[in-house]
Design a protein around this ligand. Structure first.
Ligand SMILES: [Zn+2]
Length: 306
């Protein structure tokens, strides 16, 4: 099983399963674009709809990697509002512009959908330049779509999490369950909130009610962050943090365009300009302190990345 992420023929082992787009069971980004900050491709790809895959060649891989290391400095975290990564990929494929470099499935499997040299249209950010500087990961979680009372898109007939002893389990239909890499995987929220299970916080002006991501997703995400930092060092191992309030803010931050590190979609996009929507992901349940603690501990864990 592959455990490496890749760009411009450079690979980094992240000690966590990764499905690559160019393998039999991989998922391919349907809507790649060229980054305007990079010069090793045909610039016609920067803003046009998808071209034939033969158009997407990288001329000089060493030069391309050098440019990428300079111009990419953010990992943006999203929830996909879907049942699983295969569900998310179906939605991306049905769109004429959407995509994401990585999907992170319920069982912790990471799908890398294209070389990181390319741009995916995942989050314009409030300055509309967000995709040029970023790598994106869509983590599977229904978010507020899991609640019957708030499900506007999937229109679920009942709440999609059930309490099993002390844990909350996502009810997954066979359609999506059988496409998970781990057979018979059961998706439990890593944490529950009180009796009701779901978390509830205001983010960029809207209350977001959602169950937590899985423990497998957090572990894989942390591995991905460490690996990306090795591959593209300007993506620093840090998240936004408010020292006065002692917590990671949830709303759009003031320095969102220059921050070097790991951010949520909501941190970069409040939707203050025409055509840019207000975002709330990765949402109220996302465990920012868990990421921050993992990064703080980094000096004490052995350097296991090859
Ligand atoms: Zn998003």
């Amino acid at each position: 099983m592959n455990q490496s992420i890749v760009t411009c023929q450079k690979t980094i082992n992240i000690n966590s399963p990764v499905m690559l787009w160019n393998t039999e069971t991989g998922l391919t980004c349907p809507n790649r674009r060229g980054r305007s900050t990079c010069t090793q491709h045909n610039p016609i790809l920067n803003n046009k709809p998808p071209e034939l895959s033969s158009e997407y060649s990288i001329l000089n891989l060493d030069k391309a990697y050098g440019e990428l290391k300079k111009s990419v400095y953010q990992l943006i975290i999203h929830y996909d509002a879907c049942y699983s990564s295969h569900h998310c990929h179906k939605i991306m494929t049905e769109s004429s512009f959407k995509g994401s470099h990585f999907y992170l499935d319920l069982d912790g499997t990471i799908y890398q959908t294209c070389d990181l040299y390319w741009k995916t249209n995942t989050a314009p950010a409030d300055d509309r330049n967000g995709n040029e500087r970023a790598i994106h990961v869509e983590i599977s979680n229904l978010s507020s779509e899991a609640l019957k009372s708030e499900s506007n898109w999937h229109k679920v007939p009942s709440d999609q999490y059930r309490k099993k002893k002390d844990r909350w389990e996502l009810s997954l239909s066979d359609q999506w369950k059988k496409q998970l890499r781990t057979p018979d995987f059961r998706a439990y929220a890593a944490r529950g909130y009180g009796k009701r299970g779901y978390f509830s916080r205001r983010i960029n002006g809207k209350i977001i009610r959602m169950w937590d991501f899985t423990d497998q997703q957090y572990r894989a995400l942390i591995s991905l962050c460490f690996g990306l930092n090795k591959l593209l060092p300007k993506i620093r191992l840090r998240v936004p943090y408010d020292k006065k309030k002692n917590r990671t803010p949830l709303d759009r931050i003031y320095n969102y365009s220059t921050f070097e590190g790991i951010l949520g979609h909501a941190h970069v996009q409040r939707g203050e300009v025409d055509g840019v929507s207000c975002k709330h992901d990765p949402g109220s349940a996302f465990n920012w302190p868990r990421l921050r603690k993992a990064f703080d501990r980094k000096t004490s864990i052995p350097d296991f990345f090859g």
